[in-house]
Design a protein around this ligand. Structure first.
Ligand code: PNS
Length: 171
């Protein structure tokens, strides 16, 4: 079926670890959702990072944080991202770029993905200035060290994080 412009619907994938989802992620989701017919936020599992929230908790928190966005869907994927995008019928990957320090990693991954699937484009959205320093790793560290992290994450994420911390045994 064609979209309102008479074109094939554009599905974009916004992949990430989202552990936890931050206000910076939500800003990228909101902006990308205006550019594509459907935006699939795809929670991947990155073996290099020790998870704070389970994949199910991350997906639930993302669902709760995006109820105002009708064309956003939350999903999860394992394995190669480009294979997942192809399975979803998507040719666009969205990534957020904060500082220049993000560039080296994003450049290497987008080149790898381009080699694996030349038809897929990676589109970068520059983070808004106020979110340019927010990283999941920093929010996680704040939370684990007892600092107030609530202004850096959407409300539903803060609630879930507080619950996880409260249920966690003291070390
Ligand atoms: O939020 P993150 O941690 O930067 O997200 C990284 C993610 C999940 C997008 C990345 O690790 C990924 O794409 N993983 C899937 C494996 C893959 O396809 N790697 C790139 C080519 S080798």
């Amino acid at each position: 079926m064609l979209n309102s412009s008479g074109l094939m619907p554009r599905i974009a994938i916004y992949p990430g670890s989202f552990d936890p989802p931050t206000n910076g992620h939500l800003d990228i989701i909101e902006r990308a959702s205006t550019l594509f017919d459907t935006l699939v936020v795809a929670v991947g599992t990155n073996s290099e990072k020790s998870p704070f929230m389970s994949v199910n908790e991350r997906m639930a928190a993302l669902n709760e944080s995006t109820t105002h966005l009708q064309n956003v869907r939350i999903d999860t994927f394992k394995g190669l991202l480009v294979k997942y995008a192809q399975d979803q019928g998507s040719r666009v990957l969205v990534r957020g770029l904060r500082a220049i320090s993000d560039f080296d990693y994003e450049f290497r991954v987008s080149m790898a993905n381009k080699n694996l699937a030349p038809e897929i484009e990676t589109v970068f959205l520059i983070a808004k200035e106020e979110y340019s320093f927010i990283a999941s790793s920093v929010v996680k560290e704040m939370a684990q060290l007892g600092a107030d992290f609530s202004k850096f994450v959407p409300g539903p994420v803060a609630e879930r994080m507080a619950k996880i911390l409260a249920e966690r045994p003291e070390d």
